[in-house]
Design a protein around this ligand. Structure first.
Ligand code: SF4
Ligand code: SF4
Length: 291
């Protein structure tokens, strides 16, 4: 079983459209498991219309909880909390959104009235889609443990992929190069980097390429919306030559991508024009790697 991740150094490159097209093409001839690792803004599900078959809470850490029956209202916890997370009034209570889970209040409370309890930071889902099982998740607003949630989504997806002897686990990664991207890329067999031919796109491509190298994951590159800036597209191609990276192709800009998205279809399902042809060419390059 191979594990491929689709990444881009920045948002808005069309990474999810590329992932959906590859999922469509791969599913025609392979056993496939999908994962959406963009837990802050999951959008692969918008294209795949998943039917949820399992949903579980994600516990991202701990939060303080005051037992009013034991609390003597001494005020020590308010003094000790550096995050102003304890609200005092008639009673003392913890503002869960402000609590960082440091447990300082618990250690200082003379009445032992504070417990550290699980903090539900999001939910993850296993769903069925027309291309195969999809693992996806949602982080609660304001929560920060997205790297941990990505790791959990990937772990569940990998386990099912092994169990059903899938040929491929295809992961739609988050934008950027932070903790969620690192959690996505670790353990992958290939990072497909979707570049945008703009100044920031090329800059962020170099950064995400550095992350792939750091973790020893081979990378291959395609350029999306390739005709919007021929000079920057040439820069990406020359980067691939210099760094001896596989260049998988150039996908032209076309509003058909948006039209397919509105119809909740991968562009290769929706159309047979130049964008779909370019994506089929990317898949043909990649499938050689599966074999
Ligand atoms: S330190 Fe403990 S006893 Fe004192 S106010 Fe806080 S919870 Fe209540
Ligand atoms: S666990 Fe830390 S952040 Fe949370 S209420 Fe206690 S002292 Fe404040």
């Amino acid at each position: 079983m191979k594990q491929w991740v689709v990444l881009s150094g920045k948002g808005g490159t069309g990474k999810t459209s590329v992932t959906a097209a590859l999922a469509h093409l791969a599913a025609q001839e392979r056993r496939l498991v999908l994962a959406d690792a963009d837990v802050d803004a999951a959008n692969l599900e918008l294209l795949l219309s998943p039917e949820v078959v399992e949903a579980q809470d994600f516990v991202g850490g701990k939060v303080a909880a005051i037992d009013a029956a034991r609390c003597t209202a001494c005020g020590r916890c308010v003094e000790v909390c550096r995050f102003a997370a304890i609200v005092s009034g008639d009673t003392y209570r913890v503002d869960g959104a402000a609590c960082e889970g440091c447990a300082a209040c618990r250690y200082e409370c003379p009445a032992e009235a504070i417990d550290m309890v699980d903090r539900v930071s999001g939910r993850w889902f296993r769903s069925e889609t027309r291309f195969g099982p999809l693992f996806h998740a949602r982080l609660c607003p304001g929560e920060e443990n997205s790297g941990k949630l990505v790791a959990q989504v990937k772990q569940r997806a990998r386990h099912l992929a092994w169990t059903m002897q899938a040929d491929l686990l295809l992961v739609d990664g988050p934008p950027g190069t932070g903790c969620p991207a690192i959690a996505t890329i670790t353990g992958a067999d290939l990072a497909l980097l979707v570049a945008e031919p703009t100044v920031s796109g090329v800059h962020d491509l170099r950064r995400v390429l550095g992350v792939a190298r750091h973790f020893g994951v081979p990378a291959a590159i395609c350029v999306n919306k390739a005709d919007i800036n021929p000079a920057r597209r040439a820069e990406v191609e020359s980067l691939c030559r210099e760094e001896r990276l596989p260049f998988l192709g150039a996908i032209p800009y076309d509003t058909v991508v948006t039209r397919a998205m509105v119809c909740q279809r991968a562009v290769t399902e929706y159309d047979r024009g130049p964008v779909a042809q370019a994506l089929r060419a990317v898949w043909e390059c990649l499938r050689a790697g599966l074999e």
